[in-house]
Write a protein that binds this ligand. Sequence first.
Ligand code: MRU
Length: 343
Amino acid sequence: MAESKTFRAVDWRDGRVVLLDQTLLPGQETYLELGDWREVAEAIRTMRVRGAPAIGIAAAYGVVLAARSGDAVGEVARACEELEGARPTAVNLSWAVRRMRDIADKTSPADLASSLLAEAERVAAQQDAADHAIGALGADLLAPGCRILTHCNAGGLATYSYGTALGVIKEAHRRGKVAFVWVDETRPLLQGARLTAWELQRDGVPMAVICDNMAGHLMSRGEVDVVITGADRIAANGDSANKIGTYTLAVLATYHHLPLYIAAPFSTVDLDIAEGSAIPIEEREAEEVTLCGEKAVVPAGAPARNFAFDVTPAELISAIITERGVAMPPFGPALRNLEEDRG
Ligand code: MRU
């Protein structure tokens, strides 16, 4: 199995949900120990834990906390509702909460906490296995000596401990295939600069951080071979929502005849949504744009908008790498086949 310097974005220890606080990285590695599901919901909203699969796992463990409180049945129902609504775009969140609800519905109150904990641990273990399978399948697609550009953070911090898009990069690096990785800083919250660079540096992957608006320049000079990102929700036709700026990269990659691969667990595929226009796009507080860290970068009182995600149309995507296999265009039938393979 591929090696990576291990950490856990989300964990369960001694009756508490343990989160590596991603708002403090890279400066500080602080683990939060949360004993109340409301704190977990707040950590998801404020992005102390972030990334589609990681917020699903955190929510699942949050539901376990609810089951350990006084009015367990009522508290589990309340926790499911609030945790599911903490962020709207990543379907992994509602997918994980639905799994917990299904277990709660068929479990007696006496067994609720232990059954829910077992299910949350299955969600986490399945994500870990998916990451490694995605890494291997994705690394197969890459040519030796490739120069990769990635956006945001789709690493272990965003999943559990290895990553999807970064899982592909880490495994390709382990096989000696990666010449270089360009890391988009990913304004406004700098997940690329702060988190992806942190993960790649720990694994010794050669890389450099660039401002988001430098990608086209590098592509025009022939310094990028392939773009790999994660996704927060993939519609039935392959349209994929991911961190704001992914669509811009996809247009640039298409113009420069470069492949764009989306790496995501099958839990990110939402076959109930026909196309990307129906994916809810989170809009966050303007302060995330008007401030850079603590520093104001916009004149006081100037308005700003903060769209957290965009949708890349399927026609701009070369392949969708999942743990069940690699879907190639046309994605509608390819994703349905992967769904049916599992039954
Ligand atoms: O707002 P974030 O940081 O949660 O957004 C994360 C992303 O867009 C990731 O690319 C996506 O969730 C995939 S993580 C494996």
